[in-house]
Design a binder for this molecule. Structure first.
Ligand code: SAH
Ligand code: SF4
Length: 404
């Protein structure tokens, strides 16, 4: 419990002695990742009077998201009694670094341990940093595991353990910025030319289906994009979904970030197999949700991700089908060479096939960059993430019921 005596000693005049203080252990409540409203509630809970809340929230916001403070002790301009009470009542964050792997290409993968929630055990989640010449991209997880069973995806072999809280999603960004020395005042700026920071872009393409954890993802994105804090432009944040059709419009209307669709096939028979969620939301419905995506324009295109699987979805007829399917939608196509993982049931298409496929898409007027696999030597590339919650063989996985 926070120590109200401390607050009184600090002569915070308006503090009332009967304030109820939240216990530190209250599930998911931490300072990093909190929205302004939640910080206000946390401050009120430790007895900060209403007329001070706005000012204190602004101070905390700066320390948490601009300076990357690691403890309330650092928050020099916050009155000592408030700092102490907050520190006693709420953890700053909860992620613990378990392992850091650095690929020969500079990609970094962090395994983070997060505390138990409810009756569950502590969980582990992966976050990946991909440095490129013109930008640095952080790939963030939204769930531990995934309920969906896309047959080419390593995360799909792991059952869903739980949703991440908004705080845990934001904490991945705060953690990575800290680890990379990317907070203001930490080091001379040497980051990406685009923003001067190591992390210039965030993609929700780690573990999990973000639209099955929409409320937490939305709250987290509002913190990550806040111009007075972490300040990632919404144009530099991309949410990738396997196609949860009823939620797609809300991404545009309520989050305003860029949208990526894991398409991977142009015919329902094949997509049903690769992305079993397609049985529930078939391609025609998915395309309709894309055509009506709020905010869609040539400046805000949808990215269609297409994993190249040898002999499965990589024919020239598929390439032409893809062009027909997206006609009229401001779009770019991201061709992803399949990244194998232990026991994976597919092979990556040959390079010539990928080039011929890209050529057809390009000639139809769509940018179709081929995503260079990054961090493969540390299993950090797309679709290779998986923490150790449950192992299933490819056969067992295929035998699983389709997505709920
Ligand atoms: N669940 C969301 C976001 C996470 S997956 C989604 O499915 O969109 C991020 C991207 O990696 C998706 O496009 C996914 O289809 C792709 N992916 C998954 N496994 C892959 C693999 N083994 N090789 C290449 N890309 C893969
Ligand atoms: Fe889940 Fe996305 Fe992997 Fe499919 S591709 S199993 S939705 S993480």
């Amino acid at each position: 419990m926070a120590n109200l005596a401390l607050l009184k000693r600090g002569a915070q005049r308006a503090i009332t002695p009967d304030v109820t203080v939240m216990p530190a252990a209250q599930e998911g409540v931490q300072l990093v990742g909190a929205t302004r409203e939640e910080l206000g509630e946390q401050l009120a809970a430790v007895g900060v009077p209403p007329h001070q809340i706005k000012m204190r929230v602004a101070q905390l916001w700066h320390w948490l998201y601009v300076r990357g403070a690691q403890s309330t002790d650092e928050m020099a301009n916050v009155a000592r009694p408030v700092r102490d009470a907050l520190g006693a009542a709420f953890p700053l964050g909860s992620a613990e670094l378990v392992t850091e792997q650095i690929s020969s290409d500079g990609t970094r993968k962090w395994l983070l341990r997060l505390p138990a929630r409810g009756t569950g055990a502590p969980v582990e989640v992966e976050t990946v940093y991909i440095p490129e010449d013109s930008r640095g991209t952080l790939c963030v997880s939204s769930q531990v595991g995934c309920t969906l069973n896309c047959t080419f995806c390593h995360t799909g072999t792991q059952r869903l353990v739980r949703n991440l809280t908004a705080g845990e999603i934001v904490e991945q960004v705060v953690f990575a910025r800290r680890r990379l020395g990317d907070f203001s005042g930490e080091r001379p700026v040497t980051g990406s030319p685009a923003t001067g920071r190591m992390i210039s872009n965030v993609v929700l393409m780690g573990m999990g289906e973000p639209l099955y954890n929409f409320d937490n993802v939305k709250a987290a994105l509002s913190v990550i994009a806040d111009g007075e804090g972490l300040s990632l432009s919404k144009r530099r944040i991309t949410l990738s979904t396997s196609g949860v059709v009823p939620m797609i419009g809300r991404v545009g209307a309520e989050c305003g970030v860029m949208l990526a669709i894991s398409l991977h096939a142009v015919r329902d028979e094949i997509r049903d197999e690769l992305v079993p969620l397609n049985k529930k939301y078939p391609i025609a419905e998915l395309m309709e949700a894309c055509r009506t995506y709020p905010g869609l324009s040539n400046a805000r295109r949808i990215t269609f991700e297409y994993v190249m699987l040898k002999g499965v979805n990589d024919s020239l007829a598929d390439a032409r089908g893809l062009v027909d399917l997206i006609r009229g939608i401001p779009a770019k196509i991201n061709l992803i060479p399949f990244n194998a993982w232990p026991g994976s049931p597919y092979e990556c298409s040959d390079w010539d096939t990928i080039e011929a496929f890209a050529d057809i898409v390009n000639r139809a007027g769509y940018a179709s960059p081929v995503r260079t696999p990054r961090g493969q030597d540390i299993l950090a590339a797309c679709g290779q993430l998986r923490s150790e919650s449950q192992k299933l063989s490819a056969r067992e996985r295929r035998a699983l019921a389709p997505a709920p």
